[in-house]
Design a binder for this molecule. Structure first.
Ligand code: CP
Ligand code: NVA
Length: 302
């Protein structure tokens, strides 16, 4: 049976740590121009039901660097957009391709896709989780700080797919995670309950200052995610006071790092000064999507 990458909680800490090691190795090889064609002659379908810049480009480039071929498929121009059942698409794709990455809405869609797929399926973002992104983020932290162990992570903003995935990561890796979300915009209840049951060190507050106090890693994301565009105005009101700006940064550790998965809305969830400032690691973070996803694809499909 194929092994999939649908959410972090399907993996052990040891397995995810070994992905970080392979990522370091592949990044080094790519930098030095050393061949690493671990997917030689293989084809990976990249299915998008939502927009993307980083995920599309990093997967396409990644599979190419591994010696394979990435096939971009947008739901709007395929039969998926006309209602062909997920389970039918999944079985057909598996007859052509060696792996699939899918970006879609409900987590149940990737779960159903994977249940019918005989080749590995990777979650490229759902409304619930964004596991490739948090792996890239953690890899960026490891590169900058040497380890994630002993660090305090802060999340400021919406309790969205990114926040949910950070919660899974906190439970798996054991670091402290403090989340500041406005009332009514908290992370997923089931994910929180699962993490708390596993003994995750979580603090959930409505006060951004409490979350960032002496934190090592600060993280935020858009206030309205893809699919929530019509809530933009209401959300802008609800999230007033939740901007990751220089005043908030003053409460964190002097050598803190700032992450944002991008795309960013300067002047909303993050100030221009912070995203462009000395603590920002967002470009390394975006680059690391490429390297971590190569490790994930090579491990699952190689
Ligand atoms: N961070 C991220 O997933 O970016 P895209 O939406 O551009 O893929
Ligand atoms: N939370 C954002 C992340 C984009 C990469 C969204 O789902 O739109």
């Amino acid at each position: 049976m194929a092994r999939h990458f649908l959410k972090l909680s399907d993996y052990t800490r040891d397995e995810l740590d070994s992905l970080f090691r392979l990522t370091r190795e592949l990044k080094e090889k790519q930098r030095k121009g050393v061949s690493h064609r671990l997917l030689d002659g293989k084809t990976v379908a990249l299915i998008f039901e939502k927009s993307s810049t980083r995920t599309r480009v990093s997967f396409e480039v990644g599979v190419f660097q591994l010696g394979g071929h990435g096939l971009f498929i947008s739901s709007g121009t395929s039969q998926m957009g006309r209602g062909e059942p997920i389970k039918d698409t999944a079985r057909v794709m598996a007859r052509y391709c060696d792996g699939v990455m899918i970006r879609t809405f409900g987590q149940e869609i990737v779960e159903e896709f994977a249940a019918y797929s005989t080749v590995p399926v990777i979650n490229g973002l759902t409304d619930l989780f964004h596991p490739c992104q948090i792996m890239a983020d953690l890899f960026t932290v490891i590169e900058a700080k040497g380890d994630y162990e002993g660090l305090t992570f802060a999340w400021v903003g919406d309790g969205n797919n990114m926040a949910n995935t950070w919660i899974e990561a906190a439970a798996i890796f054991g670091f402290e995670l403090r989340l500041a979300c406005p009332q009514g915009y908290e992370p997923d209840r089931q994910v929180l309950a699962w993490a708390r049951e596993r003994g995750a060190r979580l603090l959930l507050t409505t006060n951004p200052r409490e979350a960032v106090r002496d934190a090592d890693v600060l993280n935020t994301d858009v206030w309205a995610s893809m699919g929530q565009e019509q809530e933009q105005a209401a959300r802008a009101k609800a999230f007033a006071g939740y901007q990751l700006d220089e005043a908030l940064l003053d409460d964190a550790k002097g050598n803190c790092m700032v992450l944002h998965c991008l795309p960013a809305h300067r002047g909303e969830e993050i100030s221009d000064a912070v995203i462009e400032g000395p603590h920002s690691a967002v470009w390394d973070e975006a680059e690391n999507r490429l390297h971590i996803q190569k490790a994930i694809m090579a491990t699952l499909m190689g």
